[in-house]
Design a protein around this ligand. Structure first.
Ligand code: SME
Length: 160
């Protein structure tokens, strides 16, 4: 049995440090990327408070395709440059969106989502996936969340 629990009152840097340590322990030595993404999506869900979606989109033949996640069913394919995920994948830059209603082209998978954080995962200089977090709270994410998720993305680069 795996029993990873986090104290949501922890300062964010410590919360993400513990999340990365748990993700490292769960994915080390496992070569199946789908299994690793599935466990990490569930870990993010366990560790990070106030989310309504956590998961992955994978780069497949030039577009993003839904990967393992926790939350409601989501749109399956996202062209590069479209929505928050497509913007992250195309630019290679983390997208920190305080209010998704104000983001041109935002793709609403769950009407409850108000803010979003999307971080690219790089391998060999290219984007191979993005990690997407959604929250029903406006301005839920800040630079500390982005730093924590970027560290997680770096850890996963050769494990997904
Ligand atoms: N809102 C995202 C789409 C994915 S869902 O949030 C799970 C976007 O605009 O790219």
């Amino acid at each position: 049995m795996y029993d990873f629990t986090a104290d949501p009152a922890l300062p964010k840097p410590e919360l993400y440090r513990q999340l990365c340590a748990a993700a490292d322990a769960l994915t080390a030595g496992e070569r199946d990327g789908i299994a690793n993404m599935a466990n990490v999506a569930a870990l993010i869900w366990e560790f990070v408070p106030t989310l309504n979606w956590s998961g992955f989109y994978r780069m497949v033949e030039g577009e993003l395709v839904l990967g393992p996640f926790a939350g409601r069913p989501a749109c399956i394919r996202i062209p590069l440059g479209q929505g928050v995920c497509g913007a992250a994948a195309q630019s290679g830059e983390t997208q920190l969106v305080e209010d998704v209603h104000a983001f041109p082209g935002h793709i609403a998978c769950d009407a409850a989502s108000r803010s979003e954080l999307v971080v690219p995962v790089f391998r060999d200089g290219g984007v191979i996936a993005v990690i997407d977090l959604d929250s029903p709270e406006r301005a839920r994410f800040d630079r500390e969340d982005a730093d924590g998720l970027e560290a997680l993305a770096a850890l996963l680069a050769d494990r997904i």
